[in-house]
Write a protein that binds this ligand. Structure first.
Ligand SMILES: NC(=O)c1ccc[n+]([C@@H]2O[C@H](COP(=O)([O-])OP(=O)(O)OC[C@H]3O[C@@H](n4cnc5c(N)ncnc54)[C@H](OP(=O)(O)O)[C@@H]3O)[C@@H](O)[C@H]2O)c1
Length: 406
């Protein structure tokens, strides 16, 4: 078995059309001679090719060269289907060619019912593990690189290492996303047949250099509401960490560790370690929004008891009869805002810190670093507010990030 990523044959990538997967794809292309088989959901072979061409151009942020196009093969597949929905011959062919697997595909929705989240995040991983097992049987398989999340550690508190997995009880997790990501890890960690490596990013944000992102979930949903003056209060404490890493840092870190550290430790944290806080997010969003002539919310941070009272009052007002006039209108508006932020509010009270000393040292040696937390926060908020959360096209792609008046 060759140790270098790609030396055993093509690297099979899932989720390449997604936020992180696209950046991983670009990183593999930058790696010189790695061949990629990208599994993509599509209605037909030509639809897979079409989605592939669009994804590759978006990943590279330019038209790919003919050589780059030849290095990526787009295969129509659905990870929730048995054998990925492939026929016998296609399945055997894929298994025979698979050198390594980088499994990025998942549902990152926090509010999915458990069976749905299980199907994509756990059963989908089991189907990829079957591909890896079959590829092992063909010989020359390298490693199953699984993208998990630092929050698979659930409600753990204090310093947490990248192998920590709580028991499979709902109360140990904030939502079904965390719980099913932990289940997928347990499945991989409990088998002996296939070499595995698990990467646990924390919250993934825009690029470290420009702040650029096309993913406006998680951190960006409350950020947008704050910038629009629609979030007067949130639960949480000022000093609670919001561990966030740049999508380029995660992709580069993953590809580097995957190529150098494959038979070492199983779990790798791709986290900031020294994170910015809820208070810093609120203050920075307010300050940068004002620079862009917005009128942001004056956000108050509430403890859990007061937040419960506020949410109960909003829900009551939203259900008020029509004759209640302004109260009903206010309630409905506030309730809509509440629904947007509720999936994310458990992350404003995280009581653990993700140990990353080993991974950080390895990556720093390779020149892969996260900027200081406050600098990074400034970059991503500037991009988000400066592009009106993706609505304004970026005119000068070489500019570090949108500046006031640009
Ligand atoms: N975003 C974060 O803050 C964050 C933080 C920590 C860890 N992670 C992990 O990083 C990974 C990527 O997340 P992301 O933010 O990039 O998510 P994303 O943008 O929603 O991308 C998800 C990807 O999975 C694919 N996918 C979903 N269901 C599929 C199926 N049944 N068959 C084939 N492909 C399927 C999607 O394909 P379509 O284009 O067809 O929908 C898409 O390419 C996930 O494993 C996630 O748990 C993310």
């Amino acid at each position: 078995m060759g140790d270098r990523l790609g030396s055993n044959g093509p690297v099979v990538v899932t989720g390449a059309t997604g936020f992180l997967g696209k950046t991983v794809l670009a990183e593999l292309i930058a790696g010189g001679d790695i061949e990629v088989i990208a599994l993509v959901r599509a209605t037909s072979r030509s639809d897979a090719e079409r989605r592939g061409a669009e994804t590759l151009a978006a990943a590279l942020d330019r038209l790919p060269t003919a050589t780059e196009r030849r290095r990526v093969h787009w295969v129509r597949a659905d990870i929730i289907e048995t054998r990925l929905g492939l026929g016998d011959a296609a399945w055997r062919d894929l298994a025979g060619r698979t050198g390594d697997i980088i499994h990025c595909a998942a549902s990152v929705k926090f509010d999915l019912p458990l069976p749905e989240a299980q199907r994509i995040n756990v059963d989908g991983t089991a189907n990829l593990l079957e591909l890896a097992t079959e590829a092992m049987w063909h010989g020359g398989f390298g490693c199953f690189h699984h993208v998990s999340t630092a929050y698979a550690a659930g409600m753990a508190s204090g310093p947490v290492d990248a192998d920590h997995l709580p028991g499979d009880r709902a109360g140990n997790f904030r939502n079904n996303y965390e719980r099913t990501k932990a289940r997928a890890e347990r499945l991989l960690r409990s088998q002996q047949d296939v070499p595995i490596a698990i990467y646990r990013p924390s919250i993934v944000g825009g690029r470290t250099d420009t702040g650029r992102t096309d993913n406006w979930n998680v951190l960006y949903a409350p950020m947008r509401m704050m910038a629009n003056g629609q979030l007067p209060m949130v639960p949480g404490s000022c000093g609670a960490p919001l561990d966030t890493v740049g999508v380029d840092y995660v992709a580069r870190g993953l590809v580097h560790l995957a190529g150098t550290d494959r038979r070492g430790t199983v779990g790798h944290h791709l986290t900031a370690g020294r994170a910015f806080t809820v208070g810093q997010l609120v203050a920075t969003t307010g300050r940068i929004s004002r620079l862009f002539d917005r009128t942001p919310s004056e956000v108050r941070l509430l403890g859990p008891g007061r937040w419960r009272l506020v949410t109960a009052a909003i829900r009551l007002a939203a259900r008020a009869p029509r004759w209640a006039g302004d109260i009903q209108r206010w309630g409905r508006l506030a309730d809509r805002g509440l629904r947007t932020v509720t999936p994310y509010t458990p992350y404003t009270e995280v009581g653990c810190r993700f140990h990353n000393r080993r991974e950080r040292a390895v990556l720093e040696d390779a020149g892969i670093m996260m900027p200081a937390a406050a600098t990074y926060l400034e970059t991503i908020v500037s991009f988000a507010v400066g592009t009106d959360f993706g609505r304004t096209p970026i005119v000068d792609r070489s500019a570090p990030f949108p500046t006031v008046g640009s």
